[in-house]
Design a protein around this ligand. Structure first.
Ligand SMILES: [Zn+2]
Length: 155
């Protein structure tokens, strides 16, 4: 028998990214909202299981890359439309400005959602201060420092 998950199951990578589902409990709400900047802003934590979205270090890495890809695709489409139909300039403005905004927000949401889900699934974690301090104060070092103190110290 398969191990029973604590919640109703983990969503697939694509489903989690598309609908902003929590990678741990499947609850929607990975992002603050669905409009403007809220649509690509992670919520602080999951409202159901409390998974700390702030602890993931997705950052805005995909933003510049995606914007360039979407820009290239839309410019090619605009040139094809211009060559085929030669529409007035307002048709271009009406078509490509909203498509650029929608395309960028959608792609950014998808990319950030996928990155967070992948980080969760692979248990990736940014090395924190505690990890470094822990490495610095290894038991071996402490023992050696104690011995040095005893050798050099007064009896
Ligand atoms: Zn959750």
């Amino acid at each position: 028998m398969a191990e029973q998950p604590q919640y109703k199951g983990r969503p697939s990578l694509l489903r989690a990214a598309l609908f902003g589902l929590c990678p741990k409990c499947n609850e929607p709400g990975m992002f603050v909202g669905t409009m403007s900047i809220d649509a690509v802003q992670f919520a602080p934590k999951c409202s159901r299981c409390g998974l700390d979205y702030d602890g993931f270090n997705v950052g805005d890495g995909p933003a510049a890359f995606l914007t360039m890809i979407i820009g290239t695709i839309l410019i090619i489409l605009a040139m094809l439309l211009e060559g085929a139909a030669h529409p007035p300039i307002w048709v271009h403005a009406l078509l490509w400005i909203p498509l650029t905004i929608i395309g960028t927000v959608f792609a950014l949401r998808l990319a950030k959602g996928m990155l967070l889900t992948l980080e969760y699934q692979n248990k990736a974690k940014e090395t924190g201060r505690d990890d470094i301090v822990g490495m610095d104060n290894g038991g071996v070092d402490n023992a050696r420092n104690d011995n040095i103190g005893k050798e050099n110290g007064p009896e």
